[in-house]
Design a binder for this molecule. Structure first.
Ligand SMILES: Cc1cc2nc3c(=O)[nH]c(=O)nc-3n(C[C@H](O)[C@H](O)[C@H](O)COP(=O)(O)O)c2cc1C
Length: 173
C-alpha cells in the first residue's frame, strides 16, 4: 500500500484533523493551475476577475466552466452581460493578474472587443468567448457553465502558473 504523501495532515494524535478553510487552501495550493481573467462588458464599462478555477468542460457541445466566489462583485455583472471572455495569461502577466484581483482593474490595461464584444486582453496566450449557459450551486462558490462562441490562440509564450499561493511558470513554452 502506498504511504501517505504528507505526514503533517495525519500526524495529529487521536483522530481526524478538522477540514478548515485554511487547510483546504494550503493543501489544495499544491494543485498547480494556469490563471485566466474572466472579462465582460457592463454597458460601456469593462469588468474582469482573475480566476484559477477555469476548466475546459466539454467538446461537443463546446463548454467551459469557472467558479466565482459568492462574495464576488464581478460575477453578478458578468451574469447580467450573459457573455464573457476567458483570457489565458502568459508568464509575464502576473502584474495584470494581481490588478484583476484588486480594485482598479482596467487602469492602463490594453484590450480590444472580441467578436461578441467581450474584452480581450492584449498579450494573453489565448481567448475563449462564451455565453453563460448555466449557473450551478457549489458551496461558497457558483459553478458557471459557458457555451463557447469563438476562441483563438494568441502569442506563443510561456503560461502563468499559480502554485502554493504564488506565481511560477513552466520551463518549456
Ligand atoms: C491567481 C488568482 C486566482 C483566483 N481565482 C479565483 C477563482 O477561481 N474564483 C474567484 O471567485 N476568485 C478568484 N480569485 C480572486 C478574484 O480575482 C478576486 O477576489 C476578485 O476579482 C475580487 O472580487 P470581485 O469579483 O468583487 O472583483 C483569484 C485571484 C488570484 C490572484
Amino acid at each position: 500500500m502506498a504511504a501517505h504523501a504528507a505526514t503533517e495532515e495525519t500526524a495529529a494524535p487521536g483522530g481526524a484533523v478538522p477540514v478548515t478553510g485554511e487547510r483546504m487552501r494550503r493543501v489544495l495550493g499544491a494543485f498547480c493551475t494556469g490563471v485566466v481573467v474572466v472579462t465582460a462588458m457592463d454597458g460601456d464599462e469593462p469588468v474582469g476577475m482573475a480566476c484559477q478555477s477555469f476548466s475546459s468542460l466539454s467538446l461537443d457541445p463546446p463548454l467551459v466552466c469557472f467558479c466565482p466566489g459568492a462574495a464576488s462583485t464581478t460575477w453578478p455583472r458578468v451574469r447580467a452581460a450573459r457573455r464573457f471572455a476567458v483570457n489565458v495569461l502568459a508568464a509575464d502577466q502576473g502584474g495584470l493578474c494581481r490588478a484583476m484581483a484588486g480594485r482598479d482593474k482596467f487602469a492602463g490595461v490594453a484590450w480590444t472587443p472580441g467578436p461578441g464584444g467581450s474584452p480581450l486582453l492584449d498579450g494573453a496566450l489565448a481567448w475563449i468567448e462564451a455565453d453563460v449557459e448555466r449557473e450551478l450551486p457549489g458551496g461558497d462558490h457558483a459553478i458557471v457553465v459557458g457555451r463557447v462562441r469563438d476562441l483563438a490562440a494568441g502569442r506563443a509564450a510561456r503560461p502563468l502558473l499559480f502554485f502554493r499561493g504564488g506565481f511560477g511558470h513552466a520551463l518549456a513554452s
